[in-house]
Design a binder for this molecule. Structure first.
Ligand SMILES: Cc1cc2nc3c(=O)[nH]c(=O)nc-3n(C[C@H](O)[C@H](O)[C@H](O)COP(=O)(O)OP(=O)(O)OC[C@H]3O[C@@H](n4cnc5c(N)ncnc54)[C@H](O)[C@@H]3O)c2cc1C
Length: 377
């Protein structure tokens, strides 16, 4: 949509948008929000940050916001810098784009799935499901994260391995369900070799929230299963080095010797964790804090800095994107044009670009779409 809207740079262009659904922007409608600061934004792409620089600086979040406001969508910025329509209705975003496309005389063809894209020496031939063939000087391929790879391959491109990203993590430990809903604003999560500081929440089956989504994104190409699990550890006190935390922990024990262990832990942990921690440490929760042995204290301190779980799978998140896509080395970062098939452009999730949750995927799509549309025109 943004690519077609940006093609008006050249008024002589005749632009046709092929959409297999009977409406535009199905995913945009269900998406949460966008993002508002470009420098911050670029840190949030585990794949493709460098590639995105030109597109993002030409059409940064501030300009994307201005574009939508100029097209009649009132926006609001949340405390965490995520941007939403005031109406909280993604349909408003899509209808602003659709109105703009109609004003610019873009021909929008609904229920028009493309089945083949071929190129002879000069022109592209785009074939649709109903057997019609359209001729074009340029094609912008923006089929999203789970379609269109065969078109790219047929035109000479290679696709990286594909993997799911932005999932919650499922763990083997059944006791996690007793922690469902317990959340932390700041903890350090480590999954295999990957690490992320931030908020997360325990779920009935594992962990979710921004840090868990980010880890799933880093690990998008890892095989995670019951047979090939990954170790997850959580540091509940990430602002303190182990030694500093241990000193504070011992000091607290000294001051609360008469409390039983579960009640003592309640001082520093959410209640639901106060029975899980002693049981993982194999220490009776009713024992007085003052009676803990040196070894007990050590085991407990280590547990709180490296709370262990076993990740055996992924489940749904708030967003879902595909990690992987058309190899970025085959696309010109300044124009989004293919280096292999001149006249073919890419934008959005079909490329090997993906971001963390919080608006980064839409922002990458707006920015690369605008650049591709401009360049193609
Ligand atoms: C549940 C959910 C929530 C999300 N929330 C957010 C969020 O809050 N913030 C954020 O930044 N990102 C979010 N995302 C991700 C974001 O929606 C996508 O990254 C973004 O929409 C990708 O844009 P795109 O244009 O590349 O592809 P898409 O939006 O997937 O668009 C591709 C279009 O191509 C059409 N198409 C595909 N194949 C063909 C064909 N053969 N012929 C014709 N048409 C075809 C499709 O029908 C579709 O309209 C979310 C995703 C999901 C699934």
């Amino acid at each position: 949509m943004m690519a077609a809207a940006a093609a008006d740079r050249n008024p002589a262009c005749e632009v046709t948008l092929f959409e297999k659904n009977d409406h535009l922007g199905a995913k945009v409608i269900i998406s949460g929000g966008g993002r508002c600061n470009v420098k911050e934004a670029l840190k949030n792409y585990p794949r493709g940050a460098k590639f995105l620089m030109t597109a993002m600086f030409r059409f940064p979040p501030e300009k994307v916001m201005a574009w939508f406001e100029e097209h009649g969508v009132r926006l609001k910025t949340e405390k965490d810098l995520r941007v939403f329509p005031v109406s909280d209705d993604g349909k408003e975003i899509v209808s602003a784009l659709e109105k703009d496309l109609r004003r610019k005389k873009v021909e929008i063809l609904f229920n028009m799935a493309v089945t083949k894209i071929a190129k002879d020496s000069e022109k592209f031939k785009v074939t649709t499901k109903d057997g019609r063939t359209f001729t074009a000087d340029a094609v912008i391929l923006t089929t999203g994260g789970n379609a269109g790879y065969d078109f790219a391959q047929a035109l000479g491109h290679t696709i990286t391995p594909l993997g799911p990203s932005l999932n919650s993590l499922v763990v083997a430990e059944k006791w996690v369900e007793t922690l469902a809903g317990v959340s932390f604003e700041k903890a350090k999560l480590r999954l295999g070799d990957y690490e992320r500081l931030g908020a997360f929440v325990f779920t009935h089956r594992g962990v979710s929230g921004p840090s868990a989504f980010a880890l799933s994104s880093y690990a998008a190409h890892e095989t995670i299963s019951e047979k090939t699990p990954l170790r997850l550890t959580i540091d509940f006190f990430p602002d303190e080095k182990f030694e500093a935390f241990q000193r504070r922990f011992l000091d607290l024990i000294q001051k609360n010797q008469q409390k039983n262990l579960a009640n003592f832990l309640d001082i520093i942990l959410p209640k639901s964790l106060c029975s899980v921690v002693p049981s993982l440490a194999k220490i009776d929760g009713s024992i007085k804090a003052g009676s803990l042995t040196k070894e007990n204290r050590n085991v407990l301190a280590h547990l709180l800095k490296e709370f262990p779980m076993t990740v055996t799978g992924r489940s749904g998140g708030e967003e879902f994107v595909t990690a992987g896509g058309v190899y970025l080395s085959q696309i010109n970062t300044n124009t989004m044009e293919s280096k292999i098939c001149p006249g073919l452009y890419f934008a959005g999730e079909i490329m090997d670009v993906d971001g963390f949750t919080g608006g980064f995927n839409l922002q990458a799509s707006w920015a690369t779409g605008a650049l591709a549309g401009n360049s193609a025109a």
